[in-house]
Design a protein around this ligand. Structure first.
Ligand code: UDP
Length: 327
């Protein structure tokens, strides 16, 4: 059986990657230290190895034993405001530990590396949609750590030590349509689950809009929401792409549609037919006004075709969190 390793496979995007690779017939091995996800596995789509990605001894032992075709690397800290208040945590957890994992991959004979990067590596890109050619000037520590990792991988690939594919996502959203796995951080910082949580509180908690004076049509930030199942399908295509395309490759993954925070709230209210209690708050540090992707390269090279729209991202998150809430 073909085996692969997924780091952070107990987390949001990682768990959906496990589900897909399990369905595709792979022997899925998960390295997760559960530092930002629940202590217990949230799914049954692979074998869990409870250790830190920086544990070189255990990582190399595992790679020697199962001989994975690829590592899909999702384990990371990914909260912009936290990266601003605690930058060393981000340099250690994201950059230092990834370098250790890369070293283990090379020593353990793994050739393919699929990396979860972010549109936060671009910083304030203005009103244009962001392509792979847009200059990368991150404005927060989270984005900087991901850009530095990309640069390390680019260097290693250019020296033929690994074949690397980097995916820069815009805003991952939604959950599997059946509502069994999904986005559930504690504390939660992301827009759609926070809207759902405010709704499920039955009016107890206001939904907070972070800033309405940005230079955007309605003053709130504009983002490009892309369904998590569309994202992981692109990773699978990328993994296959590396068979014939060696070296370093980068792709932006977005839906190419921008929605403001206020528009997402309205879309949510249209689905639930209930008005959400909301308040305008100060903007969060490090939030760029507009991030919308240009995914032409992924569409052309990887046949990337997002299947889900914003309404489905919202509906699936609502289903997942409602089910969880009822348990
Ligand atoms: N946001 C908001 N209220 C929330 C969570 C997020 O207004 O409770 C805004 C946030 O300031 C940003 C947008 O929604 O402008 C998307 O934020 P999210 O954290 O989902 O993703 P990011 O773009 O920061 O990765």
């Amino acid at each position: 059986m073909r085996s692969i390793v997924i780091t952070g496979g107990n987390g949001y995007i990682g768990s959906h990657m496990c589900k897909l690779m399990n369905k595709k017939g792979f022997d899925v091995h998960i390295i997760d230290n559960h530092s930002t996800s629940p202590q217990a596995p949230v799914h049954k789509y692979g074998t869990f190895h409870h250790f830190d990605i920086a544990d070189k001894k255990r990582a190399i032992e595992l790679f020697n034993k199962i001989r994975p075709e690829s590592i899909f690397h999702f384990a990371a800290r990914a909260v912009v405001p936290e990266s601003e208040s605690n930058p060393m945590l981000y340099y250690n957890e994201n950059l230092v530990k990834t370098i250790s994992l890369l070293e283990s991959a090379i020593e353990g004979g793994v050739k393919k590396f699929v990396f979860s990067s972010t549109c936060a590596t671009f910083g304030e890109a203005g009103s244009e949609n962001i392509s792979e050619d847009t200059p990368q000037n991150p404005i927060n520590t989270y984005g900087r750590t991901k850009l530095l990792m990309e640069q390390v991988m680019h260097d290693l690939a250019s020296k033929d030590l690994l074949d690397v594919i980097v995916f820069r996502y815009f805003n991952a959203a939604g959950s599997c349509p059946e509502g069994t796995i999904g986005e559930n951080h504690d504390p939660e910082s992301h827009l759609i689950p926070n809207i759902v949580r405010a709704h499920l509180s039955g009016g107890l908690n206001n939904f907070k809009i972070f800033g309405d004076k940005f230079n955007t049509p309605d003053g709130s930030c504009v983002r490009d929401y892309i369904h998590v199942e569309d994202l992981v399908m692109a990773h699978f295509e990328g993994f296959n792409y590396l068979d014939k395309n060696h070296g370093f490759h980068d792709f932006n993954l977005g839906s190419e549609n921008g929605y403001s925070v206020k528009e997402v709230v309205t879309a949510f209210e249209d689905i639930t037919k209930k008005e959400l209690k909301k308040e305008i708050c100060d903007p969060r540090p490090g939030d760029p006004p507009r991030l919308v992707g240009d995914s032409k390269k992924a569409r052309k090279e990887l046949n990337f075709k997002p299947q889900y729209n914003l309404g489905q991202c919202i509906a699936h998150t609502l289903k997942y969190l409602t089910t969880k809430n009822e348990k």
